[in-house]
Design a protein around this ligand. Structure first.
Ligand SMILES: Nc1ncnc2c1ncn2[C@@H]1O[C@H](COP(=O)(O)OP(=O)(O)O)[C@@H](O)[C@H]1O
Ligand SMILES: [Mg+2]
Length: 219
């Protein structure tokens, strides 16, 4: 279970303070697929980044299966991410000097999975997102939608318990987007948690719960 309690985030910049999140309270259980919606700038990415342990909140806590995640040191947060979290960031964040294969197998290398198994899994997940034919290509030779699908394969390959997806279908055509959402639904059903930011109303039919943010608040 993932428990987000009284989460606040203020970005302090040189001339202003932006209250990106105010008092967010959210509990996500196994098998749940939660959608986060809201206008640009309402705090969706900030929320996902805090749950991923990539960003520290100003106030509030994230608790995963009884462990407090917030306020922990960097190495603990890395371990939490490595063990439990698969994240698909809005900008894909692929490494441009590595091939598709090398990008997708990275989470397995961190986990010291042996080479043969890495190879099998990379092919399996690239196949799932329809990108197996690009396995030896570099990201700069891919379209936005193709990069997105590679980023999805990379996030899922380590079989994470919590999948955080920031507009994972934003660059995809309808058919590919539907396939990805269906896949995320199946992953949730298999006992995982999926938290997905999207503007796509079709996704709502597939999710268990939809929360809407407005100006950093849940409405
Ligand atoms: N690093 C940052 N420094 C200052 N302000 C930021 C930073 N990141 C995001 N913000 C501000 O916080 C608010 C929420 O941003 P974000 O979480 O990216 O929204 P969304 O993903 O819903 O578009 C916006 O007003 C944005 O400008
Ligand atoms: Mg965003």
């Amino acid at each position: 279970m993932l428990e987000v309690t009284n989460l606040n985030k203020t970005y302090n910049t040189y001339n202003s303070n932006v209250h990106a999140l105010s008092n967010i309270i959210l509990t996500v259980k196994k098998c749940e697929f939660v959608v986060v919606m809201g206008e640009s700038g309402c705090g969706k990415s900030t929320l996902l980044n805090i749950i991923a342990g990539l960003l520290a909140p100003t106030d509030g806590t994230i608790v995963y299966n009884g462990d407090i995640i917030t306020g922990r040191k960097k190495s603990d947060l890395q371990e939490y991410r490595c063990r439990h979290v698969g994240i698909i960031l809005q900008n894909f964040s692929l490494l441009n000097d590595r091939t598709v294969r090398q990008n997708v197998e990275l989470p397995l290398r961190i986990r010291k999975t042996d080479k043969k198994q890495r190879g099998t899994l990379v092919e399996k997940y690239l196949e799932k997102v329809g990108m197996l034919d690009k396995i030896d290509v570099f990201p700069n030779q891919l379209s936005g939608g193709q990069k997105q699908r590679v980023a999805i394969a990379r996030a899922l390959i380590s079989n994470p318990d919590i999948i955080l997806a920031d507009e994972p279908t934003g660059a995809l055509d309808k058919a590919n987007a539907e396939q990805i959402v269906k896949m995320l639904r199946e992953i949730a059903d298999s006992g995982k948690m999926v938290i997905m930011v999207t503007h796509n109303m079709d996704v709502i039919k597939m999710c268990d719960r939809c929360i809407t943010l407005s100006d950093g608040k849940m409405i």
